[in-house]
Design a protein around this ligand. Structure first.
Ligand SMILES: [Zn+2]
Length: 259
């Protein structure tokens, strides 16, 4: 009988390693799961302020998973109820969110002010090319901290939404900050990073954000980690571990704003 050649030995060895690795992976406790892409593992990746928050496969953050967990687990926010047969405008569109919405929506338009590769170039503070009542749903996750005048953006969203339409919004909110902070005199990347946590943020929202929405004619329902049972909060990481950084957003919320 001939002895196996070196190539065969290496192949057999690789096969054994692969099978052993598969066993280790499958037997490891699966502690977290991404509701956006289905990835499962022991923990998510860290971001600059929080541990265990960012999906290594699709990049989802707490805000994306809160929104998609609401669509999957909260009856009144099911994908079909919110987007089914609706005209949807997704501002600064995250593909990991869009891929769940596009199949059920009547129309799905991706808009951005700065980036290419979308359907519409749009300044949400001045949507003069968009007719009144043109959309049934507008999604804008972590967009309003970037725009010059967020109150004008809210007025414009109210205008381009049909009666009964819905704005789905998230914003970074500083822990314990009562009133939204903004300062137009801060214009450099360093000043904005120091004041608002990121070079292209022009404000930090406070707890008054819901009241602002109310003032602009929206009826607001907030979805946050407390909206879900404990096991889902842990499995999907719907609330970050508290960071001591003064600008860290430790409490994420999704604002469902009915016109
Ligand atoms: Zn993911």
């Amino acid at each position: 009988m001939s002895r196996p050649g070196p190539a065969m030995v290496v192949k057999t060895w690789l096969k054994a390693v692969r099978s052993r690795w598969r066993m280790i992976v499958l037997s490891a406790p699966q502690r977290v799961e991404c509701v956006a892409c289905g990835w499962r593992g022991r923990r998510f990746l860290d971001d600059s302020w929080h541990r265990n928050v960012c999906c290594p496969k699709c990049g989802s953050s707490v805000r994306h998973r809160l929104l998609l967990a609401a669509h999957r687990h909260l009856e009144e926010f099911s994908l079909a109820d919110i987007y089914g047969g609706r005209r949807v405008l997704h501002v600064a569109p995250e593909p990991i969110v869009g891929k769940h919405i596009r199949p059920v929506a009547a129309s799905y338009v991706r808009a951005d002010y700065l980036h290419d590769g979308v359907d519409l170039r749009l300044d949400i503070t001045d949507m003069r090319g968009v007719a009144d009542g043109a959309y049934d749903v507008i999604i804008a996750c972590d967009v309003l901290e970037h725009v010059g005048d967020f109150r004008r953006a809210l007025s414009e969203m109210h205008r381009v939404l049909a009666d009964g339409g819905l704005a789905v919004l998230t914003v970074p909110q500083e822990d314990g900050l009562a009133v939204t902070r903004e300062d137009p005199s801060l214009t450099t990347d360093e000043q904005r990073r120091a004041a608002f946590g990121q070079h292209d943020h022009v404000r930090m929202f406070g707890d008054d954000f819901a009241a602002e929405l109310d003032r602009h004619g929206f009826e607001v329902t907030i979805v946050e980690s407390a909206s879900f049972p404990r096991d889902l909060v842990t499995r999907y990481r719907l609330g970050p571990e508290r960071s001591a950084h003064p600008l860290a957003t430790n409490h994420r919320r999704v604002f469902f704003c009915r016109r």
